[in-house]
Design a protein around this ligand. Structure first.
Ligand code: BDR
Ligand code: CA
Length: 312
């Protein structure tokens, strides 16, 4: 199986991404989880990650707390989407494993340096602070990374944190800038892509119907998470952003993709955190990013049902 580190700020959709990966052991080996301040402060995202591995029946997966906030900006959280705990809506088990003592950034550096070149994929599902810090601290990790796969950004779709910027990139644009300019192979799953696979009430019913605890609690947290969409956008179907990263690792053929140059705005007051995607290659600049544009929703949700439904 492909070795991955999940860097995350759970987050209901982060939880889906993690459960989806842990339910796919033939293809993916989750060797560690690092947490970051994002949707809620670091203490909560770390606790939530421990609860998710417990729910998945995988308390053996080590969880390392990373950076509490962005490199330059002040942390902006999103309790208005995820609730005060960051993962409201579910009744989750008490973790049986503690957090690891090592800092998440040190863990990233150590693990990438120790592994053979091109072996480990780093998936970031929140602000990219930890990976950017690791790359800054030890640049020799950069050519060792097989692929960075991130949920973040938006281009034709616009932003969800500001009119121009998506939340994960907006919270720590400087971190995103460091990673995008690093030279590591980067695949970006922006909201343009995640909005093409909206999770419906009917699908959540099928997830619950598996009768498995992990599936039922995942559906319960998704119900909470959908409310934001329901109240704000008057729709019941909502994207499950971070889970699209796992979907890409498992079934890249169901994604429309294009290699592009992508830069991050880190200076303009109105558009800071914007992912500037050169979709038509008008700049002629190096294509530093594989941009995911569209998902085929039926196979995506079928696979996620099978995999999350297999847990517990
Ligand atoms: C991203 O922002 C967070 O609130 C979600 O967990 C996801 O990673 C979507 O813009
Ligand atoms: Ca997230």
């Amino acid at each position: 199986p492909r070795k991955i580190i999940i860097d995350t700020d759970p987050g209901q959709d982060d939880a889906f991404a993690i459960l989806f990966a842990l339910g796919s052991p033939a293809e993916l080996a989750v060797i560690g989880i690092t947490t970051v301040g994002g949707n809620v402060p670091l203490k909560l995202t770390s606790e939530n990650a421990l609860k998710v591995i417990e729910l998945a029946g995988r308390p053996d997966v080590p969880v390392y707390a990373g950076c509490p906030g962005p490199i330059v900006k002040k942390l902006k959280t999103a309790e208005y989407v995820h609730g005060p705990t960051g993962m409201d809506g579910a009744d989750l088990p008490t973790p049986t494993t503690p957090l690891q003592a090592e800092h998440g950034v040190n863990y990233l550096v150590r693990t990438l340096m120790d592994a053979p070149e091109g072996e480990i994929t780093v998936c970031t599902l929140g602000p990219m602070t930890n990976l950017a810090m690791a790359m800054t601290m030890e640049p020799r990790i950069i050519p060792r990374i097989r692929e960075v796969v991130l949920m973040g950004g938006g281009f034709f779709q616009g932003g969800n944190a500001t009119p121009a910027a998506e939340f994960n990139i907006f919270v720590d644009p400087h971190a995103a800038h460091i990673v995008f300019e690093s030279g590591a192979p980067v695949t970006m799953c922006p909201i343009d892509c995640t909005y093409t696979a909206e999770m419906t009430v009917e699908w959540l019913d099928t997830l619950r119907a598996t009768g498995k605890r992990a599936a039922i609690e995942a559906a319960n947290m998704a119900d909470f998470y959908r409310q934001y969409g329901g109240f704000k956008f008057k729709t019941s179907a909502r994207p499950i952003h971070d889970a699209c990263v796992t979907g890409y690792l498992l079934a890249p053929e169901i994604y429309e993709q294009r290699l592009c140059n992508v830069t991050i705005d880190i200076v303009s007051p109105e558009t800071i955190g914007m992912t500037i995607v050169d979709w038509w290659h008008v700049t002629g600049k190096r294509k530093n990013c594989n941009v995911l544009r569209r998902i085929d929703p039926d196979p995506f949700f079928a696979l996620m049902l099978e995999r999350i439904g297999s847990l517990g």
